[in-house]
Design a protein around this ligand. Sequence first.
Ligand code: SF4
Length: 455
Amino acid sequence: MKEPSQNEDTAKKVHIQTFGCQMNEYDADKMLAVLRHENYFHTNYQEDADLIILNTCSIREKAENRVFSELGRLRKLKSVNPELKIGVGGCVAQQEGESILLREANVDFVFGTDNLFELPEMLNKVSQGQKISQTERHPRQKIRNFIPNYTFQQARHFGIKAHLTITKGCNNHCSFCVVPITRGPEVSREPEDILAEAQQLISVGTKEICLLGQNVNSYKANGVDFVELLHRLDKLENLERLRFISPHPKDFHAVLADAFVTLPSLCEHLHLPLQSGSDRILRGMRRWYTMETFYEKVALLRDRLPEATLSTDLIVGFPGETEEEFEMTMEAVRSVCFDLIYSFKYSSRPGTRAAEYPEHLSENEKSERLRTLLETQEEIVQKKNEALVGSIQEVLIEGKHHRKENTATGRTRGNHPVSIINSATKVGDLLAVRITGAQPNSLEAEPISTSTDSG
Ligand code: SF4
């Protein structure tokens, strides 16, 4: 999207390719906001770009490998267009730093997760022929001050749904996770800046805001904790929906469960990452809760709000995980009946404690466990989705179905994707629908009210 203030004669094109999580997508938008000030606009095509940035993820080995194979592919583009500049940002850049420059001669600059606001200076040096590796960590206050300066430009980039980062980094040091290494210790943004950014998002048409943080519910700044922040956001006029990811179970308490009942905007969906159903494995993962306490947390929510949906993250094949311990995970899945799981084979990451643990499982064993888990989950979700047939749900319309004529798509407050047949709606409408069909990954519905665009 080109900004009206940009000078068309001198504008350059940037292509940002993002790997990994929502946090990385949010960072990509911040990069774009910074680059718009430098008269860059985004292009979807690498071939058109003057600048290509790979915004990387190192949470799993596969994502990291994809970055290096992408860099290999870019050699050809650079040979055709020697003026093309190539940068690598994000978590792989933070970890690998200068070694990326040594490994891939076509890369011009590498920058860490704290350094994206220094893109203009880096690009200036790169244009003079320098190779740059900038992965220095900054003090917390400096990071806090950087963020608000770019928020409005960033807000315009979003549509009816927006992510809003409230914390950066993590203090938990789960034994399998690189985030504390790549993104550093936890920093909470000032509540006033978060509220101002949310207000700006709403003013440009955003209906749903999802708060982001690695351990989002440990947020605390200026005496405002996470629940207080939710209360303040809920008071903003015209904010229809509020969500957050990812909370840590150890920081999920009754007062946060109460907020799901008392705050009208807070959607009835909780993502609560379990990771494993075995207490011994949870200790090895350094997760700081047991299965007993996890079940108590689930009950906190379901006692108050039985219809709330619940999703989770699970890792299979953690080092030393026995068949019995894997079966404990299966038991947890069957008894909690999650609406959605994000499941992964354990992937050893350099620099983490678990990488040093003995008894790593073979790829075959991990794949077999993942397959078993997914099969069971599919049956659970099919039953849960079928139970929704006939119910009335509120859907926020996000777009048109890419294959079906006259069909809109959106999500319920419980975060179920829904296709609405024969719907004359537009993006951003809030619509009451009746669920008419259920598949494992989505629901079908018919409208029962005309458009309720609240904008
Ligand atoms: S809570 Fe654990 S898994 Fe999540 S980002 Fe922090 S260290 Fe990683």
